[in-house]
Design a protein around this ligand. Structure first.
Ligand code: SF4
Ligand code: SF4
Length: 412
């Protein structure tokens, strides 16, 4: 069989991953038992080791173009659990990203029209926010129904930047200074979580700066393989790179991971909960009720950003009785846009993980995490019939929130 070279774009640009990176896998198989798609199918080709072998054989010209390689590439959730398990430090995420972009650039993979449109909009935050205004309004009124849409009341017109400015002048915090990534989907549809983050930061005497020229972190393009990551990273470096701040913080672990890559060697990016854990956040009163919080850890926090977890001091400060969800370190199946591109796999992965909620103690039961895409996925467990009892989906920062009364009270 003669191998055609699938690793060049129509313009003749080589986009393949470095062969040294591909060769760094020593085939030990330690990654197999953490891989959700291997656990689902038992198929070696659907494992990190199997995918790496397919990509390497193609890159070395030993395997001709094969649509099965495209299939197994598309099956990967991108959870990066294999990176954490790998004793040889194979940079699976970096390789996977390059392969994904290569597959889109060479038409081996064709993201649908809606994904391309969403990517184009995400790169234009002002337009994205304006386009999403009706959705924000309907969501505030509780009239926007979709299996992924958890409950919330985002401000329709006031931006997070304006809100932060108002609260900063009211409370005048004088502690550490952070720049905050507002995000594209977070700002356009889930703004109430950004507002809660601003309240929590300012209540903790943290000064908040919202760089006006920030855009999308590039995570959406990374997940889909659609072009434009370089331009978005450049924009992030211009917006965040020269600020005089103690940290750049994000309240979404996927966005924080992507921004961290853009600012690598320029400025450190921190998960907002990790940052709060270091300063010891203001506690909410202890709640003497039956409510129980089950905490899930986003893959892009623990495997991507390599953060150990959500600090105990932060979870204790919520005032709730809490515990880690069973399989908290396993993927929920959201994977950026995986739950749209591979809905059946995604649902099956979530079914295994969310099963415990059917018997979980507590009233109400709250599933808390720190990534809006995981929140959407968990919501689909309820709305999609995997969990047959009511439960709330919340961001951990919302459990620390002093609430809207903070807008009219001076910080003590
Ligand atoms: S990123 Fe996740 S789904 Fe993909 S190969 Fe690694 S462990 Fe498996
Ligand atoms: S754990 Fe690392 S070295 Fe071992 S098979 Fe998986 S990717 Fe290769």
């Amino acid at each position: 069989m003669t191998a055609s070279n699938p690793h060049t774009t129509a313009k003749g640009e080589c986009v393949s991953p470095d062969q040294d990176l591909l060769a760094s896998c020593v085939h030990c198989g330690f990654c197999l038992e953490v891989c959700p798609t291997y656990k689902l199918t038992g198929d070696e080709n659907n494992s990190p080791r199997g995918r790496l072998r397919l990509w390497r054989e193609e890159a070395e010209g030993r395997l001709a173009y094969d649509s099965w390689t495209d299939f197994y590439t598309s099956e990967c959730v991108g959870c990066l659990a294999c990176e954490s398990a790998c004793p040889a430090n194979v940079p699976y995420g970096e390789i996977f990203e390059k392969v994904k972009h290569e597959h889109v650039a060479t038409n081996r993979s064709k993201p649908g029209f809606l994904l391309r449109m969403a990517a184009a909009l995400a790169a234009r935050p002002t337009l994205f926010n304006a386009t999403m205004l009706p959705a924000r309004l309907l969501r505030t009124l509780g009239l926007l129904k979709h299996r992924f849409l958890f409950q919330g009341r985002p401000a329709a017109l006031q931006s997070t930047a304006n809100y932060a400015q108002r609260l900063m002048s009211l409370h005048q915090p004088n502690g550490p200074r952070v720049a905050f990534l507002t995000g594209c989907l977070m700002e356009s549809l889930f703004r109430e979580i950004n507002f809660a983050t601003i309240r929590v930061l300012i209540e903790n005497n943290i000064q908040v700066v919202i760089p006006p020229d920030q855009g999308c972190c590039g995570a959406f393009q990374e997940h889909t393989g659609i072009d434009g990551v370089d331009e978005l990273q450049q924009r992030s470096r211009q917006a965040f790179g020269t600020l005089n701040v103690d940290a750049i913080v994000s309240n979404s672990s996927g966005c924080g991971l992507a921004l961290g890559k853009a600012l690598k060697g320029v400025a450190p990016v921190r998960d907002v909960l990790s940052f709060l854990g270091e300063i010891g956040p203001v506690s909410r009163p202890l709640r003497h009720d039956d409510a129980r919080v089950y905490v899930d850890l986003p893959c892009h926090l623990i495997h991507g950003q390599k953060v150990a977890g959500i600090p105990k001091s932060v979870l204790d400060a919520t005032g709730y009785q809490w515990e880690l969800a069973p399989q908290a370190r396993d993927c929920c199946g959201s994977g950026g846009v995986y739950n749209i591109q591979k809905p059946e796999n995604s649902r099956e992965i979530l079914a295994r993980k969310s099963e415990f909620l059917n018997q979980a103690a507590g009233d109400p039961v709250i599933l808390a995490t720190s990534n809006h895409v995981c929140m959407m996925q968990w919501n689909s467990a309820r709305s999609g019939g995997l969990v047959n009892r009511p439960f709330e989906v919340r961001h951990v920062i919302q459990l620390l929130d002093p609430g809207e009364k903070f807008e009219v009270q001076r910080r003590s």
